[in-house]
Design a protein around this ligand. Structure first.
Ligand SMILES: [Zn+2]
Ligand SMILES: [Zn+2]
Length: 226
């Protein structure tokens, strides 16, 4: 329930930004596109980022969204207006404008997605006309870490269920019990726990798993995973 309210709030926010950033004749279609993706928290965050800080201050409505690639819960989306296309990275906690689509991208971003060079990256970037419009997948994404249904959450995700106690993995005490320690102090212990967890069998994301909103603070998130 809390999550629904949160998304609802986000949609209203996006629509408000649209009122201030889009010429009147594009208003209706801009809002319609937002409504079309209303169940997709990632796209809502993308819209909010776009409309709250218009790239190059160009006042244009989004006409199309395409999804390029995903890696470890980070998604590359192409946001198109009638005249321009922009590349955005969206993860569970961040939405970032990377620049105009098919233009030079930060090397760190490229290497995160496994590309050695801009040329290599361009090979997976279809021309704007060939970009396939993003259709909300039947697979729902975890609202917190963004993995699709059936895949493992990113470690530390507050939605992941503990295979030992069936509680919230990021919050329960099983990691200490399993490692027989009072505290996880280093990377080595964390890795050992991941091994134990993997051996036990992690529970992949199912859309019936409700995110722990509000109060998403969690042990793994706040300390051990850094
Ligand atoms: Zn998750
Ligand atoms: Zn547990």
């Amino acid at each position: 329930m809390a999550l629904e309210n949160k998304t609802h709030q986000l949609i209203e926010e996006v629509k408000l930004f649209i009122q201030y950033s889009v010429p009147e004749n594009e208003l209706q279609s801009a809002v319609a596109l937002v409504d079309r993706y209303r169940n997709d928290a990632f796209i809502m965050r993308l819209f909010r980022e776009y409309y709250s800080s218009l790239p190059e201050a160009r006042e244009e409505a989004v006409v199309r969204i395409a999804r390029l690639i995903d890696r470890q819960g980070v998604h590359l989306f192409v946001v198109s207006t009638t005249a321009f296309s922009y590349l955005y990275a969206v993860s569970a906690d961040k939405t970032l404008l990377l620049g105009e689509y098919r233009k030079e991208v930060n090397a760190g971003v490229l290497s995160f997605f496994g590309f050695g060079s801009h040329e290599e990256f361009l090979k997976v970037c279809p021309s704007i006309e060939d970009l396939e419009e993003y259709v909300e997948s039947e697979k729902e994404l975890c609202a917190v870490c963004g993995v699709p249904e059936g895949e493992y959450h990113l470690l530390g995700c507050t939605v992941e269920i503990c295979p030992w106690c069936e509680g919230q993995l990021s919050n329960c005490n099983c990691r200490f019990d399993q490692l027989k320690v009072d505290d996880i102090e280093d990377e080595e212990q964390l890795e050992k726990f991941i091994d134990l967890l993997t051996a036990k069998g992690r529970i992949p994301y199912q859309k019936t798993q409700a995110p722990a909103y509000p109060g998403t603070s969690s042990g793994l998130d706040d300390s051990e995973s850094t």
